[in-house]
Ligand binder design. Structure first.
Ligand code: ZN
Length: 655
């Protein structure tokens, strides 16, 4: 591991201790081999004048809810050190009392709650204190002879702390173990099965001591041949089996969830290990990971539904074995090991499944490394339980707000680059869904900044590209619940007598045939979906065609008829199909200035008059159409199928 300290960067911060604290905290936080997703904590001690003009030593410690990778100055909670030191002298302190007293010792009541390790940080007599959960060190301690190995690597420059619960118990343990200690005689502390503490009055030295300790552990692993597995190719994945796996786990979860396939080479190699079931069931890498990925994954065999049911039974048995009045958490597995295929992460949103995937990757790598050293031996079940059901962790989970209507649901929207399609994608994401956004424009892959959107370049008239888009959607999210058939072109105006064959066929290809194919390919997945629904973006031309637009109007009428028949055929499977007939939506790609001028001229109107030429004299926007489409996909239309709704401000020819 290399030091990322940059003298020029640090110099810009001068002697501002808090700014320097932010700087090295980020250096630590941005390396996933040191901390993952909110793990680890850091602090700095600063002497400040209080309102009475007296000097007071203040601990600025990482606030709860902040991530070291992105922390800013307000992410550090300022706590008076004297009361912290007094708390450390107590024999007992409940979690709630600890949180309350730490908050009372703060000099800024609107700062976040200080880290659970605040008391411990207060005890360490150096200005800068860094704490990580470095993989390499934890791997070595997660073996039966871990402590001896640590002694062998570091000698007596490192103090070894046996595993105890984080928080007050850990602070008390370290207070007892360091009484009378000459702190300068050690470079840091290694907490077995947990992580590393380093400290110094100079931020660079504190940080680089951490890097040194971790580098030594990495070198040791290297020497012992404890490497990551060489990548392997995954076996053939049956997408329908994957979708059913998502469905089965969603049922246990109690709401639709996402499922994401990890088939990276080393993950596949792990899944292929002959003893994969045995080693996966020993426990995860670090106690805090239990909140993210539980103690173990489900290891899949032939019958996935039965495997999940067995996992749930085991989980409940584990809960009942250690439970002392806590509430059972969701017993569904957070991730699966799928022999020959890789792993699968489950969760209600993209953020969760990405975190789960990261943590599971670090876990499988660690298990393999520890097995190479001797054997993998993480914490006991009881220790995992204490962490998983720790009141402070349970409180964090309860803070998570209420779910959005479409949380855990998956949509495909065709023609998503601009206009109605783009608006539908944004509206779906705002409602909690994830979306595969298809478009022929290659720019689609980075069109949407949201992690919830998977942009896929796709020519919808090519069935092979459609099939590939479906595969990407299913392996990234787990299935398909909603489909918006929107892609379309508006061919040049031409009378039937003058119609160009190519133009006619092209309109049929894009405006009807492509939708028939995408719908056909999506039906098996929609059948496994949650409250599955299809929305077809047709046109007012279906109900009120205009001369010169036969290629467009006939295609859209065909598309509408496709939707009506689909509503009849798919009703038994609870798949709803509804149609929207927009008119005069001018913020879409097909309405170029040229087309707009031509149409306005045709009706003898100015462009402005033409835009609001409807009963209500309103302009209809893409966003209006998207709002209607998303309503049709949601609860409002739960009992409606085969409906055709015009959105046009009222059209005399239709009314
Ligand atoms: Zn920790």
């Amino acid at each position: 591991m290399k030091s990322a300290w940059n003298d020029a960067e640090a110099k810009k911060l001068g002697n501002d201790l808090l700014k320097l604290r932010v700087y090295t905290s980020r250096l630590l936080g941005q390396d996933p081999d040191l901390v993952l997703h909110g793990g680890g904590n850091t602090s700095v001690k600063i002497v400040e004048k209080n309102i009475f003009g007296e000097d007071e030593e203040i601990l600025y410690v990482k606030g709860s809810g902040w991530d070291l990778a992105t922390i800013e100055e307000p992410g550090f909670a300022p706590v008076k050190i004297e009361p912290l030191k007094k708390l450390a002298q107590l024999d007992e302190l409940s979690d709630m009392e600890m949180v309350r007293n730490c908050r009372m010792a703060m000099t800024n009541p609107s700062a976040p709650n200080p880290s659970v390790e605040a008391i411990l940080h207060g005890l360490i007599p150096y200005v800068f204190v860094d704490h990580t959960h470095a993989d390499a060190v934890v791997v070595i301690t997660n073996t039966p002879d871990g402590e001896e190995r640590i002694k062998e690597i570091y000698g007596d420059r490192i103090m070894i702390i046996p595993y105890v619960m984080p928080g007050f118990i850990l602070a008390k343990k370290i207070r007892e173990m360091t009484e009378g200690l000459d702190w300068d005689s050690i470079d840091g502390m290694i907490l077995l099965n947990h992580g590393v503490f380093t400290f110094h009055d100079d931020p660079k030295i504190a940080y680089e001591k951490m890097i040194d300790i971790v580098t030594k552990a990495e070198e040791y692993l290297e020497e012992q041949g404890a490497k990551e597995l060489a990548g392997e190719e995954r076996g053939e994945l049956d997408l329908m089996t994957f979708t059913k796996l998502r469905k089965a786990n969603s049922k246990v979860w109690g709401s639709p969830i996402l499922a994401r396939l990890d088939d990276a080479g080393p993950t596949v190699a792990y899944s292929n290990l002959p003893d994969v079931e045995e080693i996966s069931n020993i426990g995860n890498l670090a106690p805090e990971h239990v909140i993210r990925i539980k103690r173990t994954p489900v290891v899949l065999g032939k019958d996935h539904e039965a495997d999940i049911a067995a996992f749930v039974e085991d989980y409940k048995a584990y809960f009942h074995e250690f439970n002392r009045g806590e509430t059972l958490l969701n017993p569904a597995p957070c991730w699966a090991v799928w022999p020959g295929i890789g792993t699968v992460s489950f969760g209600p949103n993209v953020k969760t499944i990405r975190i789960t995937e990261d943590v599971s990757q670090h876990t499988t790598k660690a298990i393999v490394q520890a097995e190479t050293l001797s054997s993998y031996k993480p914490l006991s079940k009881a220790d995992f339980f204490d962490m998983e059901y720790w009141s402070l962790e349970q409180a964090k989970l309860k803070k998570a707000g209420s779910a959005k209507e479409m949380q855990g649901k998956i949509a495909i929207v065709s023609g998503s680059m601009t206009g109605i399609g783009k608006a539908c994608v944004e509206r779906l994401v705002a409602n909690g869904a994830v979306v595969a956004a298809l478009d022929i424009n290659p720019g689609i892959t980075d069109r949407f900044p949201q992690a919830e959107v998977l942009g896929i370049e796709c020519d919808v008239t090519d069935p092979a590209q459609l099939a590939s888009a479906i595969e990407k959607t299913v392996t990234s999210f787990g299935g398909i619940d909603m489909l918006v058939l929107n892609a379309g072109i508006f061919p040049k105006s031409a009378k039937i007598a003058d119609m160009d064959d190519t133009l006619w066929r092209k309109s049929m290809e894009v405006n009807v045939n492509s939708h028939q194919k995408l719908l056909q390919l999506a039906i098996p997945y929609l059948e496994q979906g949650f409250d599955p629904a299809v929305v077809i973006i047709a046109s007012k031309n279906v109900l009120a065609p205009g001369p010169g637009a036969s290629a467009y109007s006939v295609a859209k009428a065909g598309l509408t008829q496709l939707g009506r028949v689909a509503a009849l055929e798919l009703g038994d499977k609870n798949i709803r199909v509804n149609m929207i007939h927009p008119n005069a939506v001018y913020d879409t790609a097909i309405w170029t200035d040229e087309v707009l001028n031509a149409r306005a001229k045709h009706y003898g109107l100015t462009v402005e008059e033409y835009k609001t030429n409807n009963v209500l004299h309103v302009e209809v926007t893409s966003k209006d159409v998207a709002d209607l489409a998303v309503s049709m996909l949601g609860k409002t239309f739960a009992k409606i199928t085969g409906a055709q709704v015009p959105i046009d401000g009222g059209n005399e020819r239709i009314i």
